[in-house]
Structure formats: C-alpha cells, structure tokens
Design a protein around this ligand. Structure first.
Ligand code: ATP
Ligand code: MG
Ligand code: FE
Length: 342
C-alpha cells in the first residue's frame, strides 16, 4: 500500500509518501519558525496563511520525487485535529479535494495518533501493547497503546505540557522560539546540579505530570542573577527528566503488562530524555523505541503511516464532509486529571 500524508496542525507544513512496508518514499517539510519567531510563539492566522501557500507545492514535490501520481496512492491521509483550526482546515480541505479528484479514500488522522504510532514506523519489531510517553508542544501523556485506534490514557499533565515548559523556560533565558532544541544545546555547557529546582508531583501515587511550578522556579532562578543561564538550562532539563522517569516508573508499575516502552512527540528529540527512558526500559526488561529525530517533531510521514496502519487494520474511509476538530482526545474515556485547570 501507498499513502500520501499531509500535516498542517501547527507550524510545520508537510507532505510525505509512505508504504505499508515502512518505506518513506519521499517527504518534504516547510517550517514556519522564521515567520513566528518575532512574536515568540505561533500566530494562528500567520500559520494558516503559510500552510495555504506552501502545501500544494510540497505535495507536488513529494509526488515528483517518488515518481508516482495520485492514482498510485491507496489513500490520502491528513491531520484532522487536534491543533490550530485554521491550519488543520487547510490540510484537510486539500486532502478532501485530492481524494475527490483521484477517487481515493480520505483518512482523517488524529495528529496524536500520528505521534503515537510513529515508533512503529521506525521499529518493525515494536508490537502492541506498548507503553508510550507522548511529549510534545501541547501534550504530556502516558498511554497504553493497545492497537490501532485503541489508546488507554494512563496519565496527563495537570498544567503545562513538557514542550511548553521547555519553550517557556527557553524564553525566560532569552533563547527565542522554538526553545526546546536551543535549551538542550545550552544545557550541555551547564551543571545539572547547580540550581535547586522543584520536581513537581514526584513520588505521587497517580502518575500525572505538572510543569508549571518548575517553569516558575526557572523564572525566579533567572531573576536572582546568581546562576549562569547554562546552569539553569541544565538544571531545568535534569529536573524535567527526574519527573518523567519517576512518573513513567510509577505508570509502568501500575499498568497492565506491555511489550515495550516508546517515546514520541517533539520533546522525544531530546537526547537526555531518550537516554533516561532507555535506561528505565532496561530496568523493566522492556524493548525501547525512540524514533529518529525527524519523526519526533511534527512531520507528515507519521500521518501517512497512521493512515497505512488504519488501512491495514480495516478502518473505513472517512466521509468527505468530515469536520476538522480543534480538540480530539486519543482516549475518549479518560477522566480529567485531578487539579487540572488550576
Ligand atoms: P502537539 O503534538 O501536542 O499538538 P506540537 O505538534 O506543536 O504539539 P511537536 O512538534 O510534536 O509539538 O513538538 C514541538 C515541541 O517539542 C516544542 O515544544 C519544542 O520545543 C519541543 N522540542 C523539539 N526538540 C526538542 C529538544 N531537542 N529538546 C526538548 N524539546 C524539544
Ligand atoms: Mg513546530
Ligand atoms: Fe505534534
């Protein structure tokens, strides 16, 4: 099978062609970092317009690069949510038009399902059920991935996502947007034990996360002017990792057996987090999968792959009048975390 994937839920416009045998025939991505950098974050209107300008040429590029046409594809998969609604609509409308014109099935993909299944694109041996840490700009969740379309949410954040905490801390340190990669780089020059920072919810029974207090402590440490920025960055990263490992350990102790531990989402590109989770997996005698970095941050290959997984699992095509969803939880039965929204 061959699936064309389209991603436009945040600030990357992307298209990719992926086979059911895990071959990425072609992929193209246009980041909008330069457009949003002056504002210190993603501006939805600017994002939607940039997606509209760039998407069609990117699709033409991947088709040409792989030397295939739409008629060679078995389905057109596009992110239908969650995300910035203007951008999601651009990608979804484009996919609908292509599906209609080529008489191919439309697959409306949950962006989070794209992240959740991305480790299986990278690792053919990764079998269900697996424990997943999904850490991105908008989400911080522990899931038990039981099958395609079957996600049990074990934990979530009661305030900020981990990527958000990286970005906000980076902003405090004047590192610009997006801050995660810049903070990781600066942390390499610092001492992770230099600044005493809190580890919110450490040791708590329920494996939920909280990062707002950590970010506030970074602000206070920065204002105190007694620490170097590199020491603050390194100490922040260490505190974040300590929280993640404690919460993940707790979740693995509590959840039904799994075959493996995987990590996905933009923050999964962080080397210290990858290394720490790899160690945790071996403590639990679990296989560990962290996708290559370009599959961690937003991309269209993971959307095409989720489409291929859905086709293989026998899911039907989605209707051409399907609506984009700004909110779309992976586990509709998940209860809000205690204290959420505080
Ligand atoms: P969501 O998937 O929740 O809708 P998103 O799509 O905006 O959010 P991703 O593209 O998956 O998020 O991830 C982006 C986030 O990952 C940003 O917060 C960014 O700072 C963070 N990030 C990227 N690389 C790194 C890194 N090396 N270290 C830490 N954080 C990183
Ligand atoms: Mg981005
Ligand atoms: Fe994402």
């Amino acid at each position: 099978t061959l699936v064309l994937g389209i991603e436009s839920s945040c600030d990357e416009t992307a298209a990719a062609l992926v086979t059911g045998e895990r071959t990425i025939l072609a992929q193209a991505i246009a980041s909008q970092e330069a457009e949003h950098a002056p504002y210190g974050g993603v501006v939805p209107e600017i994002a939607a317009r940039a997606h509209a300008e760039r998407l069609a040429p990117l699709i033409e590029t991947v088709l040409a690069e792989a030397n295939v046409s739409l008629s060679d594809c078995d389905a057109i998969a596009a992110t239908a949510g969650p995300g910035l609604i203007g951008g999601v609509i651009v990608g979804l409308v484009t996919a609908k038009a292509l599906a209609m014109a080529s008489d191919k099935p439309l697959l409306a993909i949950n962006h989070l399902e794209g992240h959740a299944l991305s480790p299986r694109l990278a690792d053919p041996e990764l079998a269900f059920p697996y424990a997943l840490l999904l850490v991105s700009g908008g989400h911080c969740q522990i899931l038990r991935v039981e099958g395609v379309g079957e996600y049990q949410r074990i934990a979530t954040t009661i305030d900020d996502a981990l990527g958000e905490a990286f970005d906000k801390s980076a902003k405090i340190l004047g590192l610009g947007y997006p801050g995660g990669p810049a903070l990781e780089k600066l942390a390499m020059e610092g001492d992770p034990r230099a600044v005493p920072l809190p580890r919110p919810l450490l040791g708590r029974e329920e494996p939920h996360f909280s990062f707002a207090g950590l970010k506030s402590a970074v602000l206070r440490a920065h204002q105190a002017k007694t620490y170097s920025d590199a020491d603050i960055a390194a100490s922040f990263q260490q505190a974040a990792l300590d929280c993640i490992l404690d919460r993940m350990r707790r979740a693995l102790d509590a959840m039904d057996p799994v075959t493996a531990l995987a990590v996905a989402g933009g923050v999964a590109a962080n080397q210290m987090i990858r290394g720490g989770l790899g160690g945790l997996a071996s403590d639990f005698a679990l296989r560990f999968t962290a996708p290559p970095l370009p599959l961690c941050t937003d991309n269209a290959a993971m959307i095409a792959w989720a489409g291929a997984e859905r086709l293989a699992a026998g899911f039907p095509a989605d209707p051409l009048d399907l609506k984009a969803r700004p909110r779309w939880p992976l586990d509709p039965d998940a209860q809000p975390a205690p204290g959420a929204g505080v």
